[in-house]
Design a binder for this molecule. Structure first.
Ligand code: GLN
Length: 581
């Protein structure tokens, strides 16, 4: 029987990590009670980044949080939305699976939800390829919302059916500080979930300051839980400190005790891997407490910068990389359109501030994006990075931008453009629509999910290739429609722009890198979706290391680890954690 832990909000990934550190296999499910079937159609400005999984599933960004913390690979089924579960039940109804019965929210939808959770909880998600021991279920939304009701009812039934030893609920609440720490909102929300039939086992209290003993006792007493079952989650230096804080309050032992975890067999290798992970994790957090850490200044030149969550995985990858380099990340956001000529005339202050950011950066990043707005500004930033030998990383649109910039300014194709940005009438179509006809990946016109990239012959010099452990083939996740036009490859190569990585058919350009530059790398894929806290994504790591002037040291470290891993019979970079202590 798989243990389920139902948690609202973000405490979930930290609890999962702590369970992994004692050698358990952990998976997770995120429930979003909105009507969209998936997050693919949602605006990044409203909802934050669309996260992409190996199978091409476009999901809520919290799935990224689980993958990064737990070092697991999830599937689209690990994200349940109201739209998705209704669609599932309606399809069954259309097929006649309900044998003429009246199909209702209770029991049909609630049964379908439980069956879905139990099926997905059993799917292997890590290198062991074995069934997980524990599934963390995060239920988004707020208790009392109409749309959350079927999910809460399904969880109540699940808990009743599998029994208390197999189901634990952590309720997350806020303790505001208004002169004193206020417990009334917590008491109220516990009453609300209680009325819906779910009585929490643990209460995690978010608070801007450490909870007083008196506050904990009051919450325990009025919410009818033991004092050690009230956890204080106050503001800490970084999110990476949350697991440390929870461990200090005995969460591991509490979970062990309440879920009877000690009866689950835990292989020795997983226990020692878990111990290593924890050692590395705490090393990173103590390192971050060092106030004298050197700073690495990165600018992100994008379009959706008003909501920083729009680029969440990008930011996380930069954080992972900076931590790996032992540097403090100083990230600033530049609205790409502020770098453009019209802004110089209309709002000179904005224009000059934006350019000041570019000129003082250690590294310039142009992330993915859609549509025309701001792309001329991105091109100007890419040109500046290329000419001034400032480390540059282009992701997806950021690679298309770099290619067009090169074509215009080095190859002399002044009208170089992209079909997406400049339309079909663009005279020099450097970037075109190349839909993928795939037998295994059905769906719309977007190229989505994990695809292979092959390093090309003659690319042995590549700095990025070295960081990938000198592998010939890598796999990264994609989310795009347009591609570099193969007709221009020779011309670009003759002018010094080489595509060192292509897809398995050699038709799609995946990686470009300039030789005579400290780090000018652009990729068609989104490596940020596979970055992990202790194993930073390689394109990001190289970029940050080059910006922090420690690329040689980091590359030597990685290659040494690779050799050690091969020697120990561990397969590839993913087999070892990326930090030396
Ligand atoms: N808009 C570009 C395309 O569809 C880039 C997409 C992206 O950056 N994710 O190809």
């Amino acid at each position: 029987m798989i243990r389920s832990v139902l948690i609202e909000l973000r405490i979930a990934s930290s609890a999962g990590l702590l369970l992994k550190t004692i050698g358990l296999k952990v998976t997770s499910i995120k429930i979003d009670p909105y009507m969209n079937v998936d997050a693919g159609t949602m605006s990044p400005m409203e909802h934050g980044e669309v996260f992409v999984l190996d199978d091409g599933g476009e999901t809520d960004l919290d799935l990224g949080n689980y993958e990064r913390y737990l070092d697991i690979n999830l599937t689209r089924d690990n994200n349940i939305t109201t739209g998705k579960i209704y669609q599932h039940v309606i399809e069954k109804e259309r097929k006649g699976d309900y044998l003429g019965k009246t199909v209702q929210v209770v029991p049909h939808l609630t049964d379908a939800l439980q069956a879905w959770i139990e099926r997905v909880a059993r799917m292997p998600v890590d290198d062991t390829k074995e069934e997980p021991d524990v599934c963390i279920v995060e239920l988004g939304g707020t208790v009392g919302d109409i749309e959350s009701a079927p999910f809460i009812e399904a969880m109540r039934q699940l808990r009743r059916r599998v029994g208390k030893d197999n189901f634990l609920q952590i309720h997350v609440t806020l303790v505001p500080v208004l002169g004193e720490q206020k417990t009334k909102p917590t008491q109220q929300s516990i009453k609300d979930v209680g009325r819906a039939g779910l009585v929490p086992d643990l209460i995690a209290c978010r608070c801007e300051e450490p909870l007083h003993k008196g506050t904990i006792e009051k919450i325990a007493m009025f919410c009818d839980v033991a004092t050690e079952h009230v956890l204080g989650v106050h503001n800490v230096l970084t999110t990476y400190h949350v697991p440390v804080l929870l461990k200090e309050q005995g969460l591991v032992d509490t979970l062990r005790d309440l879920l009877k975890l000690d009866v689950i067999p835990r292989p020795k290798e997983l226990i020692s891997k878990g111990q290593r992970t924890w050692k590395e994790w705490t090393h990173l957090t103590t390192q971050q407490e060092n106030k004298r850490q050197d700073i690495v200044k990165i600018v992100l030149v994008g379009k959706y910068i008003k909501l920083h969550d729009s680029y969440l995985s990008v930011v996380k990858s930069l954080e992972h990389s900076a931590m790996r380099c032992g540097k403090k990340l100083d990230l600033s956001w530049i609205d790409a359109s502020h770098l453009e000529e019209p802004t110089r005339a209309e709002n000179p202050a904005e224009f000059h501030t934006a350019w000041h950011g570019i000129c003082t950066a250690d590294g310039i990043l142009v992330p993915g994006g859609f549509g025309q707005r701001g792309t001329e500004g991105m091109m100007a930033a890419a040109k500046y990075a290329r000419e001034n030998k400032v480390p540059y990383l282009g992701i997806c649109l950021g690679m298309q931008i770099a290619v067009i910039e090169y074509a215009r300014n080095i190859c002399g194709l002044l009208n170089a453009g992209s079909v997406e940005l400049d339309g079909e009438t663009c005279p020099e179509k450097l970037v075109i629509f190349m839909p993928e006809v795939s037998k295994t990946h059905l769906g719309g016109t977007m190229r989505l999910g994990l695809r292979p990239t092959l390093f090309q012959e003659g690319s042995e010099w590549s700095r990025l290739r070295k960081l990938y452990g000198e592998k010939k083939e890598i796999s990264e996740r994609h989310r795009h429609r347009y591609e570099v036009n193969p007709e221009y490859i020779e011309l670009l190569a003759a002018a010094g722009l080489t595509f060192i990585g292509k897809d398995d058919k050699g038709e799609r350009m995946e990686i470009m890198e300039l030789k005579d530059h400290p780090w000018y790398v652009a990729v068609q894929f989104h490596p940020e979706y596979l970055s992990r806290v202790l194993q930073p994504s390689k394109p990001y790591l190289g970029f940050v290391a080059a910006a922090a002037e420690c690329l040689d040291r980091i590359t030597a470290d990685i290659l040494e680890q690779e050799n050690r891993a091969l020697f120990n019979g561990v397969n590839g970079v993913n087999g070892v954690n990326g930090l030396r202590i």
